[in-house]
Ligand binder design. Sequence first.
Ligand code: ATP
Ligand code: ATP
Ligand code: MG
Ligand code: MG
Ligand code: MG
Ligand code: MG
Ligand code: MG
Length: 279
Amino acid sequence: MANSKFEYVKDFEQPDILLPNTWIVVRIDGRGFHKLSDHYAFVKPNDRRALDLMNAAAVEVMKELPDLCIAYGISDEFSFVFHPTCQLFERRNGKLVTTIVSTFTAHYIYLWSIYFPNKPLQPPYLPSFDGRAVIYPSTRILRDYMSWRQVDCHINNLYNTTFWTMVQQGGMSNTDAEQELKGTVSADKNEILFKRFGINYNNEEEIYKKGSVLYRQYKLQEPKSAQASMEDDTSAPEEKQSRSQQDKLKKLRRKAQVVVDHIDIIRDDFWERRPWILS
Ligand code: ATP
Ligand code: ATP
Ligand code: MG
Ligand code: MG
Ligand code: MG
Ligand code: MG
Ligand code: MG
């Protein structure tokens, strides 16, 4: 654009570049999904279609943004992780967050009718998401962040599963169930489920207990003891080197299949067997 006397307004823009050499996590969360899930009659406590839709939208985000290393989703939220070397949008906070949020939302809405064919979207109940970026200075802390989200998934799911079983199968009112669960620990909830309803929480579906982790699939690493299964014949990217090497890596990342897994990401095993995710 040509210079004009109005150009000085550009100087009011504040820089928002995220600290170099740190992990960037963009976490998005559905706005008012409690209400939205009521309106479209999501199954309680876990609507499988809604989770599959979240995952499908997140897979598209991973495909559009090869800089993303991994993503983790539970309920109406998703965390997307950029590597410390990421230079996308010069690491500008606003650009990264808004691009993730709008790309995710666009795909979520585009794919909605596949997962909810009999429930067309209706204003004012249109899905939207907020988002924020947080930086983490070490891989250890990034891993603790991921663990924090998975622990949250477990705690919420155990509570919700027990609560809704007491209501749906036990015929209790919401308030009574809530009252009884006040101050209980995990063992108490497991016992209520098992003794009163014959439900072994361990047998609940992994997607509900563990959430969903998305990453690019290459050849699995031999685990320390048991044998690894070879799931794909693309080989994992090696150490980072020259420019052309980096371009090659980028191509590899673009080509690699994005998989959706429901698996423990707190212990080391997941990361040791897939060293390319954080390298
Ligand atoms: P906010 O706008 O502050 O995020 P919210 O209503 O979205 O408010 P959250 O804490 O994000 O509140 O919780 C999301 C809610 O959406 C859950 O408590 C649950 O009621 C509902 N929900 C999300 N995903 C599912 C699902 N797959 N199945 C059933 N309910 C779901
Ligand atoms: P970036 O991702 O960096 O924003 P961009 O391609 O979107 O890249 P912009 O500077 O945002 O670049 O410019 C938007 C471009 O989109 C315009 O230059 C024009 O080519 C096109 N465009 C947008 N709106 C219209 C329109 N209504 N009619 C024709 N072209 C349009
Ligand atoms: Mg423009
Ligand atoms: Mg929120
Ligand atoms: Mg929400
Ligand atoms: Mg939420
Ligand atoms: Mg533009």
